[in-house]
Design a protein around this ligand. Sequence first.
Ligand code: NOJ
Length: 558
Amino acid sequence: MRKKWWHDGIVYQIYPKSFYDTNGDGYGDIQGIINRLDYIKDLGVNIIWISPVYQSPMVDHGYDISDYYEIDPMFGTMKDMDQLIEEADKRGIKILMDLVINHTSDQHEWFLRAMEDLEGPYADYYIIKEGNGGNPPNNWRSIFGGSAWEKIEGTNKYYLHLFTKEQPDLNWENEKLREELYKMVNYWLDKGIGGFRVDAITHIKKHPSFEGRPADREDGLVNAWDMYANVPGIEVFLNELKERTFLPHDAMTVGEAMSLDVNCLSNYIKEDGFFSTVFDFSYNEGIEDEASYEKQQYSVKEIKEAMFTYQLEAQKYGFVSEFIENHDQPRALNKFIPKENRNFYSGSMLGTMYFYLRGIPFLYQGQEIGMMNYEKKSIDEYVDVSTFEIYEKALLDGLSQVEALNLVNRRSREHARTPMQWDASEYSGFSGGKPWFPVNPDYTMINVASQLQEEQSLLSYYKKLTRLRNSTEYKNLFIYGEFKPAYTEMENIIGYERVDKDMRVLILNNYDSHGTRIELKDGIQKILLNNYDILTMDGNILELQPYQSVVCKLKRSR
Ligand code: NOJ
């Protein structure tokens, strides 16, 4: 395997709107990221992924881009962006931008021109079809709810939008459009960024038949994944994109490859695959049953099965990106841990559980201090389109308003988007002005300033996680070593080894509010990390406390 600069990456994701505001307008900005680079560096991170900062009407918080070559004034200027790249570089940090090329904003010049002249060249940049007897061309449902087609006023034509109607899908079949996109991607890479996180990329190819499918709900619509996710032929576009842009720049690319079957991983992440790596959604979303509203928590068994299946398959070809939080997910402590057990131990156990898997670890802003969901008292306190979709669907499925609110209080992606909690001062030190989205009131307890002081804080623990992963002695093993499940017979233990020809390291996580005893099969040579002060051993019996995690070097015997 050819070694790549990003193999030793530890990535920190920034949601800029909510990270740090330097001009007091209530929105985080690029200067805010620059201001906090030393904090990020100190975390042991060497790559930053920034959610979109391009010019945007912000219908989907920047994932609706109206100009790929401009920075939105909310975040600053291109000068700020250049400065960020430079300042990050000085600290040995690479920047990944968010690449949103499945769709643009409906305010993008291409789309405006397309709407002005439906026979003109720009109309073919988008997917526009004749209606079907006064109805949309087919019954595909948008990922954010409702029909995926929007009628073009005064005509019988519709344009396709897999997300909001303000995010029209681009027509990748059009070569000119593809050329425009490659030019733009190269513009950014030429600036010296490290690469991209690539948004919604499995959707760029649509099935040429544009066939409908039997409805899957009473609205008559259908989530027709086989028609617009990983459709055969997508490999032509993905290879071309890679060859024309990423490859010549030696860029790191992380595909947001939703609904990617584990058996199709190879084409995406192998050495000459479409991307450097893709996110492992298996245990974050893959086990979620949308229909089961009662389900409050994932079981350890489900998490483990999904995670290990993905790991075992992925390591045959390359690297996946491992995470427990991002801007589309509720907070990890809420998602993975029952209410009464959310504390330092369960938080640090979650971190340890995924940090030494084979792949690139990602951290999301605030995860390192254990930020939690901010539950709202009314649906009106939410602002995001996808929250409303979950809520409306739940009502249609017969849930009461209270039950539907409880549901979004558990599942909404907006919990990840509350302002970063820097300290206990007004607005959590995020901004001098009123933030665009309310700060979680728990900020007086959970914030960076207090955790920086404490040895026993989650923040200090995350630094230990990165320090061990980055250490000269173990780095190679954690990057390239084989992943091997361990103690799988113990239902509430997430255990695995990382093994290479010189070393074996065992990672044991007691994912349980009760203590447990494990009969160790191998001798321990050295404890590398422990989220408790104690470790109880009786001969070869290891006694683990509730949510205890230990990382240990094993005596070499196998
Ligand atoms: C995935 C992004 O992560 C999400 O935030 C966005 O709404 C959709 N793609 C559409 O771009």
